[in-house]
Design a protein around this ligand. Structure first.
Ligand code: GN1
Ligand code: MG
Length: 354
């Protein structure tokens, strides 16, 4: 993306910043995200939402704005300085819209960058794990009274296991012989795990576990920290939708408790870190203990196992589909990511005995 184009798009929003330069924040797999530096602070985050993946981008942006507004109302007791670091602020365009649509059909939205904040791609100490859990618990508590049925389901069936198996079966049927052969061990693992990986789905469908507002992409790199490892807030609200607590609990563990990065290809480095799990669980329950049922608590470990699995399944499916969904850097990238998740899945099973 050229500087002039970004500068132009930035100029379509209502703010007082004067464009200085930009860098791409390249950790996401779907959208394009840019940090815009201005002559004076605050800086901004400009994001192009992938409308191939997200069919209803206006709905997605409405979701983010509504949830952030709700959190803002809940945090009115904090000082303005603290509010700035704990609440996401979105900007409207010069024509009062919540997104800008360029000539090429791309959708853009603009947020304020939270100054002196950092993100972590993986966890390096127990405090970060604890804070990750605490912040997620806080997000779920703050949104507990938001009517989840008001949210647009931006990706229908996002964490729906029968749907993900259906997509996998279709991909397998159409996959090249070569990719099927290379992915053989992962394919077998997926086929053997089917029944166990539907347990939570069945409880959700029977109503035994309640639906609530969930973030649905709680990897640790979506948690903002200050430079002293204190958690500030969750970012990337693109997939906020109705869901069950286990989605968010588990998806966070997937990255917090992995001793290696999601893209690590040396599987000997991928292990489930039990100390980080316990620290994370402690932070999470500090905020959530009183709002979870005994059944929800009992199934948290299986929630973690199921979420590690479902992302592995999605990476594998995309590999069989010749990489049409996630951004990849080399031909086996999605398969390597899938293998990484399945190794973590096995390690979790051993260490949590689930
Ligand atoms: C995608 O683009 P990013 O990094 O925010 C994906 C998540 C996966 C994640 C794996 C909309 O998120 O579900 O967990 O990659 N988002 C979507 O890192 O599919
Ligand atoms: Mg995301």
């Amino acid at each position: 993306m050229g500087t002039d184009r970004l500068k132009f798009i930035f100029g379509q929003f209502e703010h007082s910043g004067e464009f200085e330069n930009f860098t791409e924040l390249a950790s996401g797999h779907i959208n394009d995200t840019y940090l815009i530096r201005t002559k004076e602070k605050p800086y901004y985050v400009l994001q192009r939402i992938n409308h191939g993946v997200f069919q209803d981008v206006p709905g997605l942006i409405e979701n983010k704005v509504a949830i952030s507004q709700h959190i803002k109302e809940k945090l009115q007791h904090l000082s303005p300085k603290k509010q700035k670091r704990r609440i996401l602020k979105f900007f409207r365009t010069n024509t009062e819209a919540s997104y800008y649509r360029g000539d090429e059909g791309n959708y853009w939205n603009l947020m304020q960058f939270i100054d002196k904040s950092v993100t972590h791609e993986s966890v390096s100490n127990e405090k970060i794990a604890y804070e990750g859990g605490r912040l997620l618990g806080q997000f779920l508590t703050l949104t507990d009274d938001f009517d989840a049925s008001q949210l647009v389901e931006v990706i229908p069936k996002f964490h729906d296991m029968p749907f993900r198996y259906f997509e996998f079966d279709e991909a397998l049927r159409l996959a090249s012989e070569e990719r099927r052969e290379k992915a053989k061990a992962s394919i077998e693992l997926v086929q053997n795990a089917k029944e166990e990986m539907h347990i939570l789905q069945n409880m959700k469908e029977s109503g035994a576990i309640k639906m609530r507002v969930t973030h649905n992409d709680t990897k640790i790199s979506n948690v903002l920290f200050n430079k002293k490892d204190k958690g500030l807030c969750l970012i990337d609200l693109d997939t906020v939708m109705p869901g069950i607590v286990h989605y968010d609990f588990g998806d966070a563990i997937r990255t917090i408790c992995n001793t290696a990065a999601e893209d690590e290809t040396n599987l000997d480095l991928v292990e489930f870190n039990l100390d980080y799990y316990n620290a994370y669980l402690k932070g999470f329950l500090k905020k959530m203990e009183n709002s979870l049922t005994p059944l929800e608590i009992k199934y948290l470990p299986l929630g973690a196992k199921t979420m590690i699995f479902i992302i592995g399944l999605r990476f594998l499916t995309d590999y069989l589909n010749n990489d049409i969904y996630f951004k990849t850097k080399y031909p086996e990238h999605n398969l390597d990511r899938a293998k990484n998740q399945f190794k973590l899945w096995q390690s979790l099973a051993e260490k949590l005995n689930v």
